[in-house]
Ligand binder design. Structure first.
Ligand code: SF4
Length: 420
């Protein structure tokens, strides 16, 4: 197992650069997972293929890799038999390692995954009657310390690579048996209609139809890798999932929101959780850097927002903290003031051991929701899912990280001292 040096954390709300290029495995082979077609062609060229052959082979491998979910070069039937051992000697197509898979009584599934340098992270699949949503992680741990969030009590270990991010979606498709069956017509132009058409896919009663970047980490603090991974997910010859079915959730990294709209183009969700500076400073500390006004202006400027494509505001319901009638009315005022096409997701707080808050009473949550609905703003109350396996919103935290922050700081200091 290769060692990954823990990163310096300059402050609780600062982004961390993550220098990480392709890392050959111990046997010298390169994992192609997460690489775009052009990069695969470059690698083939560096390994000795001429430009034309590198282009052709990269196109074929890319299709098998991302569109068919194939990991064995021998199964790539349109590649010459003599070429397959050449590929297998130099490259692999990997997946994140599955450490543990859990199944909730309500059908939610959670996987504990491990990077090849030994760091654990999680992904969650939430089946509903009309959709199946995969909640994908972007970092191991998180820097942002949102006070209601269990993941936020973890130290940020590192950003996930594009391969580790797209690998989650591919693992879920493996687990659900959702790759196009061989011999079927190509689904290169897969669109929303086809997603709902079981003709190309088989699954164990569910389909992976939607992706939310809402697992561990702040996706905009790992912008390049998240963008590169989602491009593979959205590419018609890649995983071919419509951008309309992908939502990226940010706690409010204002300077990167416009780039997210321009360069990725997916739906936006914002972890708002409070309507006053005082409360949001406390529960979403990035607010001290990018305040509510700046955040809502960035939402108003987010490209291609419309009534049909609204921004989602996530709002966790914390007893006596952010759940009063006045706060519901202030939320309405803000949405109107910034002329936002928005809906609000009300999330009953999922307590975890040592959490500093309690969940609002059900009657309080209903009242808050009614005030918003009466003003014409959709504000459904989200049903908690996967509570029995700690898969619910804000509960993700890997077992290996169930250590106190003081303990983690001590381990980090020891590691730094050992490195001299
Ligand atoms: S809510 Fe998201 S951004 Fe905030 S600490 Fe948790 S994982 Fe990080």
């Amino acid at each position: 197992m290769a060692d990954t040096q823990l990163m310096q954390i300059p402050g609780h709300i600062d982004p961390l650069p993550v220098p990480r290029d392709i890392t050959p495995r111990e046997d010298g082979r390169i994992d192609l997972l997460g690489l775009p077609r052009t990069r695969i062609a470059e690698l083939f060229g560096e390994a000795g293929l001429d430009t034309k052959a590198a282009k052709l082979r990269s196109r074929q491998v890319y299709h098998w890799l991302y569109h068919r979910g194939i990991t064995d070069f021998e199964a790539m039937t349109d590649i010459a038999k003599t070429m397959r051992p050449w590929l297998a000697a130099r490259y692999v197509i990997g997946r994140p390692e599955i450490v543990e898979a859990q199944h909730s009584v309500d059908g939610t599934r959670k996987w504990l995954l491990r990077t090849d340098d030994g760091h654990d992270f999680e992904m969650v699949f939430i089946p509903d009657a009309d959709r199946g949503t995969l909640c994908v992680s972007s970092q191991v741990g998180c820097t942002l310390n949102c006070r209601f969030c269990h993941t936020g009590t973890m130290r940020l270990v590192r950003n996930l690579t594009a391969g580790e991010i797209v690998g989650q979606v591919m693992l879920a498709r493996d687990a659900l048996g959702e790759w196009p069956r061989s011999g079927q017509a190509d689904l290169a132009a897969l669109n929303d209609d086809l997603v709902d058409d079981e003709g190309g896919y088989s699954a164990d009663g569910r389909l992976l139809t939607n992706i939310v970047m809402m697992g561990m980490g702040e996706p905009l603090y790992n912008f390049d890798n998240v963008r590169d991974a989602l491009k593979l997910v959205m590419d018609g010859d890649g995983l071919a999932l419509s951008k309309r079915r992908i939502t990226l959730s940010t706690s409010g990294v204002v300077p990167l929101m416009a780039r997210c709209g321009d360069e990725i183009g997916v739906n936006l969700a914002v972890s708002l959780h409070a309507v006053t500076k005082e409360v949001r400073d406390e529960i979403v500390p990035i607010n001290r850097k990018f305040g509510i006004e700046e955040l809502l202006q960035a939402c108003a400027d987010y490209p291609r927002v419309s009534n049909a494509r609204r921004i989602t505001f996530e709002y966790v319901m914390l007893k006596d903290k952010n759940d009063s009638d006045d706060e519901a009315r202030e939320l309405i005022r803000l949405i109107r003031h910034y002329k936002l096409y928005a809906k609000v997701n009300l999330i009953p707080f999922n307590p975890w051991p040592g959490a500093p808050y309690e969940c609002s009473e059900p009657s309080r949550i209903r009242r808050f929701s009614e005030i918003l609905f009466d003003a014409g703003i959709s504000a459904p109350v989200r049903t908690p899912r996967g509570r029995d396996i700690d898969a619910a919103c804000g509960q993700l935290k890997t077992a290996s990280e169930r250590k106190s922050r003081a303990e983690l700081d001590r381990l980090y200091a020891e590691k730094q001292a050992a490195l001299g």
